[in-house]
Design a protein around this ligand. Sequence first.
Ligand SMILES: [Fe+2]
Ligand SMILES: [Fe+2]
Length: 342
Amino acid sequence: MKHSAFSSVVLRALINGRNNCNRSGTAVATATVMPFMAAEMSRHCAGAGGLKRGFPCWKRMMASESLRSSVEANSTEKKEEEKKSEGNSLVASSYWGISRQKVTREDGTEWPWNCFMPWETYHSNLSIDLTKHHVPKNFLDKVAYRTVKLIRIPTDVFFKRQYGCRAMMLETVAAVPGMVGGMLLHLRSLRRFQHSGGWIKALLEEAENERMHLMTMVELVKPKWYERILVLVVQGVFFNAFFALYLLSPKLAHRVVGYLEEEAIHSYTEFLRDLESGAIENVPAPAIAIDYWRLPKDAKLKDVITVIRADEAHHRDVNHFASDIHFQGKELRDAPAPIGYH
Ligand SMILES: [Fe+2]
Ligand SMILES: [Fe+2]
């Protein structure tokens, strides 16, 4: 009777140990069961012949325990080794066992970026007209124009002529409208079972292009802690405000962005003026910019700002065009989107 009780406790202990895959769980189960085992053991051994027969009992018990723990340790080691080798294979292959294709530049050197690929790079169109201005024609145009001029005042006060810092901070805002517009058009396309005319792609391209401006600027200017907090607050306010505006009036939203881009061209022109006068040092271009805009290897900051300004001019035209389509009472999908212009 006592023997069978003991056997059942040992069996339970083994089952508990085996069923706990988690290592710490096994330790807890073993620790809980051990006092019961000891009590049962002393009762069993004492009843069956006292200390003389008790010793081999303990010995056997300890031997089976040490065997069990060594088996457990081995299996845990094995599992850890398997995990390690899994980890290594994840590093070797990039996508569930499919190795990353070898990407190189035209000169055969290895492509260092994962965030964009050679086929997404481009030569900026520098022939774009930088002086174009959409003259406000109606009430909404005037609201958009005045709003942007109003936003410019605190920006001028805060940044003054620190154009590097100013550009970095403003690019954190400039990359928002394309993403909001693209996202809302994407959702509309899903809801209405309609094509977008390419406008989802065009607006998301704009957002990505603006984000690359930011990734470039951040190589040159490191944000301070209070600027990071400012970005956090501004993004929270601007994203929600623009989201609501785009839902209510996409034509006003695109017009606002069009005027914001006109201001961006103006700011980058001032930036270039300071670079030419020597007020800002014309440092070598960041490597990311050289690859993204296919600039010469010895390109300077001035070359980077020149191509960014051309991008802003393109965004200006895209957004004024989008607003004009809405003003004609049409939907964006009625006019083919300007994809791949940058
Ligand atoms: Fe930008
Ligand atoms: Fe822009």
